[in-house]
Each structure stands twice: as structure tokens, then as C-alpha cells.
Design a protein around this ligand. Structure first.
Ligand code: 4AD
Ligand code: MG
Length: 462
């Protein structure tokens, strides 16, 4: 018999004489002549109650089912007399795959996030992590739908790369050389890389943007959505060494259109998960962040505030708040500054634009004031930055000047320069950290808890 997902069964509009579910026991309680077994199969937050009567031939074994045991239940779907559940299954047969021993670490009680990180391989079995990863899956799918419906072309940008897009030096090096062998032919480091697999220094990508730009300048509107890697040695609740980024890139698009589009994108995704993942979002609103629904409604209903970097600095300086990092014109905003703006001043998402040229990468378009570039960040309550984007420098001479200024070797970016020589146009794009989006949508405070197997400095178990 074909198995049915519990999610489908719970949506059923009529009784069914023969269904089969396969899943894991959450709880069991015995009555005089039958046993109630709650089964969850991961398809949705709720499980379904199974009634096993004492005439089943393996009833003695059924009475030994523990939390975590695996079963296939065949039976009839019928209305449940119990409170809070529409349907239950009256079992005609329960096949037991395995009875979990009492040592199963996920006994039915609440566990701390810290403990669950130590059993990262088992935590998807809990309600909370099941909910996180269903929302993650739904959001990832909707991201593709959002772009495809708007005729964006999905580009698979490379993971192995020779260039540092962000210029922040946070690259993981990729090599096939054995440690210790690098210097066998002397100390000439240039020569070392020449003998490595790709014949030059190679890294894991920090962003697919530069390659996406090449496609935008051929195909108009494109996006890439994949893993990116950063060797930032900062152990914060918002940084992972491996994370997923969504990066649309649009030809014939300026900074204002880019901001409009990024705002529409975030709002669309939040609305979508609120509608499609109501039960899972409800769990977070009850147990993780009691202000979650209010935060999400604000995102859906209110236009984002937009302020120039200079105004932001001014507000922060006049706030009289004692920040850990001093606020000063020309310096980057720290997370505490971003959070102060989004949480205390505006209590909603804020787009900060026109940042000083000296703190931003070479590819951002120089504004007419020659002091700032056409950059924009979306910052949100509790997290800070979730999106970073810009209008790109489309003028070849300006780009060369900015490369020199940021100490980049223009000869290595000859292909990137070519795009500015042949049919260059204004174009823009942004990158959204997918995990930061999931943190926003769920209220989960630590990035380690929204990615299946987090990689952070010193941590690559599982
Ligand atoms: O602001 P970033 O560095 O921008 C870029 O990489 C651009 N090339 C994107 C583009 O314009 N196509 O990174 C973009 C976003 C950040 O706003 C943040 O949400 C996320 O990526 N991010 C991280 N997320 C988790 N862990 C990290 N270490 C992250 N670093 C950046
Ligand atoms: Mg950024």
C-alpha cells in the first residue's frame, strides 16, 4: 500500500477506509483495552493519533513502543472525538521497524538550543527544528518561483573562483597540495600557486555577483542562489562560514529601482511563509519570539524607511546612546548601530544608502559627490543587515580608478573590465543572506539554528 503523508491526511475532507502512514512515535499512553500512539512523519508540525486495540496480533510489542520508535500504521481514517484534532487512525496493523532504546536523547521534553547543537544529527526530529527546516524549504522554493515568474534567468555561478568579489580577504583557499610541500621548490610563492591544481591561487566563492553581472549584461535579469563561504573569524550569532545567498542582478536598473525591488522581494517572501507555513510560524510566535507576528505584519504592511548613510550617522550621534563601537562619519555601521536604528528609532526595516566610498568594494558606482557610492543595505530589527546591494560602476575608467584605489590587480579582472567596454549599461543587484532571512521569518536568534549543519570557526562536526 502507498504511504500517505500526515500533512495530507489532516487536510482530508472525508473518512478513508484504508490508509498507511509511516513515521516515528512521539508518545504512547495505554488504556484498558487499547493504546494511543502519536505518530509524526516530519511532513508537518502535528502528528496524528493512532488507536491500537488489544486484538492486534503484535499488541504486546506495540505496548513496548517508545519515543523515537519507527512504525508503519495501516488503518482507517476517522473523525477523532479528542479535542484539538480532527482525525485519527484506527489501526488494523502496525508494523514495527525498530523500537528505540530508553537512551534515545530526544525524550519528549524541552531541550535547550545549546544541547541540541551537540546532537545536530538528531535535532531535525524535534518540533522546533522540523518547523525551521520546513519553512526554509518553502522559502527556497518560493525564491525560485518569485524570480521565474518575473522572467529572471537562474544562473549557476561557480563555487571555485580565482577572484575576491568583496575584497575583504575572507577567502578559504582551495588547494590539492599537501601541507608542508608548498615550499619544496624554494620560497617563491608565485611559483607555488603555479604548481597548484588550477595553476593559480584558488578560493571558495564569497559571492556569485561578478559572474552574475556577466550574465545580466547578456540576459537582462538573472539571479543566483547557492552556498557562499567566508573565513570571517568572528563568532557571532549572525555569521556562518558557509551560508546561502540569493543574488539577483538586473541590467538597466539604478539604485532606486534596486531598493524598490529588494523591498518587494522581502515583503513577498514574508507574506508567503506566513500564509503557507501558518502552523510552523505559530510555534515560533508562541515559544521563541512572542512579538514575531507583529514584526512580520509590520514588514508586510509598512513601506521600509529609507535614509542616507549621513543621516543615519547623524541620528546615531544625536541619540546620546553609549555604543561599544564609536559612531563616526566615514566608518562602517556596526551591528549594534544597525539594530539601534531598526529596533529603537524606527521599529521596522530600514534601508540605508549612499555609503562612504572608502568602506565599500570596488564595484559600487561612485556618486556625483565623489565621496559616496550607490550602495544600500536593508537592516531589520533583532538581526541588523539582511541584504547588501548596490548599483554597479558601469564606467570603465571609473572602475579602473576604483580598482587601483582598493589595491586590486586590474589585470586579473580583465574579463570583468571587458563587460564595461562592450555595451555597458547601468545595472544593479543585491545579495540576501538566506539564513538571516530565516532568522527574520522565525524569530530564531542564532544562525546556527536555521542551517542544517552549521559551519562556524572551530566547528565542523556532522
Ligand atoms: O553584504 P554582502 O557582503 O554583499 C555581497 O556579497 C554582494 N556581492 C551581494 C550582491 O550585491 N550581489 O553579503 C550579502 C548578504 C549580507 O547582507 C548578509 O545577509 C549575508 O549576505 N552574509 C552572511 N550571512 C551569514 N554569514 C555570514 N558570514 C555572512 N556574510 C554576509
Ligand atoms: Mg554587506
Amino acid at each position: 500500500m502507498r504511504k500517505t503523508k500526515i500533512k495530507e491526511l489532516l487536510l482530508s475532507d472525508r473518512e478513508k477506509s484504508a490508509v498507511q502512514i509511516r513515521g516515528w512515535v512521539r508518545t504512547r499512553r495505554d488504556s484498558k483495552s487499547f493504546s494511543f500512539v502519536e505518530i509524526n512523519d516530519g511532513s508537518c508540525l502535528s502528528g496524528i493519533q493512532v488507536i491500537a486495540e488489544d486484538h492486534l496480533d503484535n499488541y504486546e510489542e506495540i505496548r513496548r513502543l517508545t519515543t523515537g520508535s519507527a512504525v508503519a500504521v495501516t488503518g482507517g481514517l476517522r473523525p477523532s472525538p479528542g479535542k484539538g484534532q480532527k482525525w485519527e487512525v484506527l489501526a488494523s496493523r502496525i508494523h514495527i521497524y525498530q523500537i528505540a532504546p530508553d537512551a534515545y536523547p530526544l525524550q519528549k521534553k524541552r531541550h535547550t538550543d545549546e544541547f541540541l547543537r551537540t546532537i545536530g544529527h538528531l535535532r531535525p526530529r524535534t518540533n522546533k527544528y522540523g518547523a525551521v527546516f520546513r519553512i526554509r524549504s518553502e522559502a527556497a522554493h518560493e525564491i525560485h518561483r518569485f524570480f521565474q515568474e518575473r522572467n529572471f534567468v537562474y544562473v549557476h555561478t561557480p563555487i571555485l573562483t580565482g577572484s575576491d568579489c568583496e575584497g575583504a580577504g575572507e577567502l578559504f583557499r582551495v588547494t590539492t597540495m599537501e601541507p608542508g610541500n608548498e615550499n619544496q621548490a624554494g620560497n617563491d610563492t608565485a611559483d607555488v600557486y603555479a604548481r597548484d591544481f588550477f595553476g593559480r591561487k584558488t578560493f571558495l566563492t564569497v559571492s556569485g555577483q561578478l559572474e552574475a553581472e556577466m550574465f545580466a549584461l547578456a540576459m537582462g535579469d538573472v539571479y543566483t542562489f547557492g552556498p557562499t563561504f567566508r573565513a570571517e573569524n568572528s563568532n557571532t550569532s549572525r555569521h556562518a562560514s558557509e551560508f546561502w545567498m540569493v543574488e539577483p542582478e538586473m541590467a538597466f536598473c539604478d539604485l532606486t529601482e534596486n531598493m524598490d525591488f529588494s523591498e518587494e522581494f522581502v515583503r513577498h517572501l514574508i507574506l508567503h511563509v506566513m500564509r503557507r507555513c501558518e502552523d510552523d510560524i505559530g510555534l515560533f510566535a508562541r515559544f521563541v519570539d512572542t512579538s514575531l507576528i507583529e514584526t512580520l505584519n509590520t514588514i508586510v504592511e509598512k513601506p521600509f524607511v529609507r535614509i542616507a548613510y549621513n543621516e543615519a550617522i547623524d541620528m546615531l550621534q544625536k541619540s546620546g546612546t553609549d555604543f561599544n563601537y564609536p559612531v563616526s562619519l566615514g566608518k562602517d555601521l556596526q551591528t549594534e548601530h544597525e539594530r539601534y536604528l531598526a529596533e529603537t528609532v524606527f521599529r521596522q526595516p530600514v534601508i540605508v544608502y549612499d555609503y562612504p566610498r572608502q568602506i565599500k568594494p570596488f564595484y559600487m558606482r561612485l556618486n556625483d559627490d565623489e565621496k559616496t557610492v550607490a550602495a544600500m543595505d536593508i537592516i531589520v530589527p533583532r538581526i541588523g543587515e539582511i541584504i547588501g546591494g548596490s548599483q554597479r560602476e558601469e564606467r570603465a575608467d571609473m572602475l579602473e580608478m576604483r580598482m587601483a584605489e582598493t589595491n586590486l590587480d586590474a589585470s586579473q579582472y580583465w574579463w570583468y573590465m571587458d563587460s564595461r567596454r562592450y555595451g555597458s549599461v547601468p545595472h544593479s543587484g543585491f545579495g540576501m543572506g538566506f539564513e538571516r532571512f530565516i532568522m527574520l521569518a522565525t524569530g530564531v536568534a542564532n544562525i546556527r539554528d536555521v542551517i542544517p549543519f552549521p559551519r562556524t570557526p572551530g566547528n565542523i562536526e556532522f
